[in-house]
Design a protein around this ligand. Structure first.
Ligand code: ADP
Ligand code: ASP
Ligand code: MG
Length: 405
């Protein structure tokens, strides 16, 4: 008997009709005599609505209450799924994280799953039931509800698969798998049949929302293969797995193109250049949970002053400005901000052994008169910052340049 974890995302359970549809998928696996464990997100839009409400109540909403609030969407979705399975004549019930229990560690809003207790669920599975478990939530050592970060149900599914030593873990979503780029922005995007963890991890960390980064990292560490499929069509999807030898038919060095919109660039010009200055600037930002992404520091010609440029999310601009202006440990001449930017990244393990990729990327962007503001690279990716109004054009030209069309 196989153990199969099936995770459904927000759009997959986004309406009553969709919930009826996913119960049919669940029953297909159940009827093949598998041991089926279901994990669900909230119905699409519900978590966002709850977050909005918390903001209307207070600009400084208590983090523990935030988790208690925003995790409720999953409870509703799971009860609806279980209810429909019951209606179809099958034994099923919803399981909240505290009933399993799923133990998390770390701060509210961004906890990590540490342990999934098996006893209660195993007993239930042995009795023939289908557990429908809330994704996204857990409980901590103080018995408070926690959440594990936006899109966290992916990680819930992976960790449940890990603790159950599941034979399969299938992520059902609203596209047919992982594509060379977001199919909603480029119609020429192609489905990737098989992708290795490291490439998927880069793609999701750099903005490809189809899989949440933590979940890919958890899958990699625990060697859990993930299949990403559509709950709307019956296609084979994408397998995320360990390193494998690629058949390089089209000479594809780049596997995928990811992007984030809504980036902002900050330049602090004329900073007194002394040891530790960067640490002085970034320490208070990190303490305020402002995520600094790309960083460039100019070489100071006279050894006295330097310019420092870095990127953050647009919504953090005001807070960042205030923190920098109030920072007594630094002095500078000018502070400037640039919003409505996008970061576009090309990813591929083939880059390690292929020279000239950076040049091809820059040349392709230049051919469309797309200006590059900041660059950052690693062994398997190159990211550039551009104006977000040129994003679609940039994705298209790079997709074509690297034979992904
Ligand atoms: P779910 O609610 O099922 O978790 P998400 O909205 O989190 O779904 O993720 C699916 C979405 O990810 C797709 O609708 C698609 O627009 C987006 N996406 C971004 N990049 C990619 C990519 N490279 N391949 C497939 N989908 C992508
Ligand atoms: N419902 C949560 C969110 O919207 C978790 C998830 O969808 O995976 O972020
Ligand atoms: Mg998701």
């Amino acid at each position: 008997m196989k153990t199969i974890v099936l995770k459904f995302g927000g759009t997959s359970v986004g309406s009553i009709e969709r919930i009826k549809k996913v119960t049919k998928i669940i029953l297909k696996y159940k009827k093949k005599k598998n041991r089926v464990i279901v994990v669900s997100s909230a119905m699409s839009g519900v978590t966002n609505e709850l977050i909005k409400k918390s903001k209307l109540i207070s600009g400084n909403f208590d983090k523990a209450e935030y988790d208690a609030l925003v995790s409720t969407g999953e409870q509703a979705a799971c009860a609806l799924i279980a209810g429909r399975l019951n209606h179809s004549g099958f034994k099923a019930r919803s399981w909240m994280s505290w009933q399993v229990p799923i133990i998390t560690k770390g701060p509210h809003n961004s906890s990590r799953i540490e342990k999934v207790f098996l006893r209660n669920l195993l007993k239930y599975l042995r009795s023939g039931g289908i557990p429908v478990i809330t994704g996204f939530q857990g409980i901590n050592n103080l018995n408070r509800i926690t959440t594990i970060g936006r899109s966290g149900s992916d990680a819930s599914a992976i960790m449940i698969a890990k603790f159950f030593k599941a034979d399969e873990c299938i992520i059902y979503t609203d596209v047919e798998g992982v594509y060379t780029t977001d199919p909603r922005i480029n119609k020429k995007a192609k489905k990737i049949k098989k992708i290795e963890y490291d490439e998927m991890l880069e793609m999701s960390s750099l903005g490809s929302k189809v899989m949440q980064p933590t979940s890919v990292q958890d899958a990699k560490i625990n060697d859990i293969e993930i299949r990403v499929k559509s709950s709307f069509t019956n296609k084979s999807g994408t397998l995320i797995t360990k390193k494998f030898k690629k058949k390089n038919i089209n000479n594809e060095i780049i596997t995928g193109i990811s992007f984030t919109k809504n980036d902002a660039k900050i330049t602090i010009a004329g900073v007194k250049d002394k040891p530790g200055v960067a640490a002085y600037i970034f320490e208070p930002l990190s303490k305020n949970f402002i995520n600094v992404d790309m960083v460039v520091q100019n070489i100071s010609l006279d050894g006295k002053e330097t310019d420092l440029t870095f990127t953050i999310r647009s919504e953090d601009v005001k807070k960042t400005e205030k923190i920098i202006r109030e920072n007594k440990n630094i002095s500078f001449r000018k502070l400037s901000f640039d919003t409505n930017l996008a970061k576009i990244s090309i990813i591929g393990v083939g880059m390690i052994t292929t020279p000239g990729i950076t040049y091809r990327m820059f040349k392709a962007l230049a051919s469309k008169k797309i200006n590059i503001m900041v660059i950052s690279t690693s062994e398997i990716k190159i990211s550039v910052l551009i104006s977000s109004s040129l994003l679609k054009k940039a994705v298209a030209v790079l997709h074509n340049e690297f034979n992904l069309d």
